[in-house]
Design a protein. Structure first.
Ligand SMILES: [Zn+2]
Length: 424
């Protein structure tokens, strides 16, 4: 990466990378975690970048066609053409028929499932692969529970970069097909996600590739996640009271919070939402630490949930979860778990009542709504946004147990009439 390092810096809006643990500032060529303490780095921007963002007005006015309408505050040199598939600019819909004890027009769904590859991961990956182009690396690698892998494969294809995607074995065939279709080298690593994660780190160093794994490994991809906050501000004309995010390690939550904090810094608002993290009961390391009043998250032993996108035990990087936990606490949010059964019921309700087909992970935040109203954490008049992170077509097999098989008939009008009569 030596020659590539020298490219970083010219025309970049990035001032430095600052460690979220020890506070040390490092050079922009520090692609991964803090060289002193091993914690997560965070991108700091130059004052001119904020001035440009404020004067461009793009943070306030809707009408962009990708996350790159916010490029004044994305960590890429201005001379680099973004690798984009039109990610971001996702719809924000009122959820009127979920049967919640609240002002229905104040509950909204942000459809991250409608991103180009069907999940929110296109936001961080568009930034990550563009960074790979800026660095001049010869390839990218990622460890992924599926959705980031599909996204990396797609954006690498767009950028004409070779991509290697490591996934845990046992992923749904639909996710594997999507990754392979884009031409990435797809490798299933036996065991859960943390195993694939460790291997990706090792081989990236050996090959001189950029490891674009969308946990907190590199500070740059997380920046893409903050565009969801900018869009919410545009769409609502204000900051919502609550944002609910399904969370494995939590870069979407932490990234979105950074976006809201940048809006405060720009002077367009004076508050950030309460950020609430939703985990699955079968893999809930951050919930466990939150409930115990701890500051340090400990890895989960036996991850097991139908929500594959958040089935991340954090083994080997539990401190990633600690940053997410601190972010939630700083904003007055909570971390809560939902059962697989509640997730599947929410997915079905979301599809039938709102016309939104989400994969299990994508329905996790919706599953948490009812209990959070019941407990009084969410108030009837609060402005609440639930992020629907991934499309149902990512993992349709997860839903088949809920559904009757299609009714098959001979081409006979009388039969059809009787089927319709029974159904209605
Ligand atoms: Zn540090």
């Amino acid at each position: 990466l030596r020659s590539a390092d020298q490219k970083t810096g010219a025309g970049t809006p990035v001032l430095s990378l600052r460690c979220t643990g020890c506070g040390r500032e490092t050079g922009l060529d520090q692609l991964y975690k803090c060289p002193s303490c091993g914690r997560i780095l965070e991108v700091q921007y130059r004052a001119e970048a904020y001035q440009r963002a404020a004067s461009a007005g793009s943070l306030l006015a809707p009408g962009g066609d990708s996350i790159w309408s916010f490029r004044e505050l994305l960590p890429i040199a201005r001379s680099i053409e973004p690798v984009s598939l039109g990610e971001g600019c996702t719809a924000l819909l009122p959820a009127r028929r979920l049967g919640l004890p609240a002002d229905a027009n104040r509950i909204r769904l942000k459809l991250e499932s409608t991103n180009p590859t069907g999940s929110f991961k296109d936001r961080p990956v568009s930034v990550a692969v563009t960074k790979a182009v800026e660095l001049g690396v010869t390839g990218v690698i990622t460890a992924s529970s599926g959705n980031a892998g599909a996204s990396v494969a797609a954006y690498a294809a767009r950028a004409e970069l070779p991509a290697v995607v490591l996934v845990p074995d046992g992923l749904p065939a639909s996710k594997l097909t999507q990754i392979a279709m884009y031409g990435a080298t797809l490798v299933a690593v036996r065991g859960h996600f943390s195993r694939a994660f460790a291997l990706a780190r090792q081989v990236a160093d050996e090959q001189g590739w950029y490891n674009v794994t969308t946990t907190f490994l590199s500070a740059y991809p997380t920046e893409g996640n903050k565009t969801v906050a900018f869009e919410l501000f545009q769409q609502l004309g204000e900051v919502p009271d609550h944002v609910l995010v399904p969370v494995g390690s939590g870069p979407l939550l932490v990234g979105a919070l950074k976006g809201f904090r940048e809006l405060v810094r720009l002077g367009v608002t004076d508050r950030v939402p309460a950020m609430t993290a939703i985990q699955a009961e079968g893999c809930a390391p951050i919930v466990r630490a939150f409930n115990a009043g701890d500051h340090e998250v400990v890895a989960w032993e036996d991850p097991r949930t139908v929500a594959t996108g958040i089935n991340d035990p954090l083994q080997g990087y539990a401190d990633d979860g600690s940053l997410t936990l601190a972010s939630v606490r700083d904003t007055g949010g909570v971390v809560t778990a939902v059962s697989d059964e509640a997730i599947l019921v929410a997915a079905e309700l979301l599809a039938r009542a709102e016309g939104v087909f989400a994969e299990p992970t994508g329905a996790a935040a919706v599953a948490a709504l009812a209990p959070l109203y019941r407990s009084g954490f969410l108030g009837a008049g609060d402005s609440v946004v639930a992020l629907v992170t991934g499309h149902g077509l990512k993992d349709p097999g997860a839903m088949t147990g809920l559904l009757d098989p299609p009714i098959v008939i001979e081409p006979d009008i009388a039969k059809l009439r009787s089927v319709i009569a029974e159904a209605s």
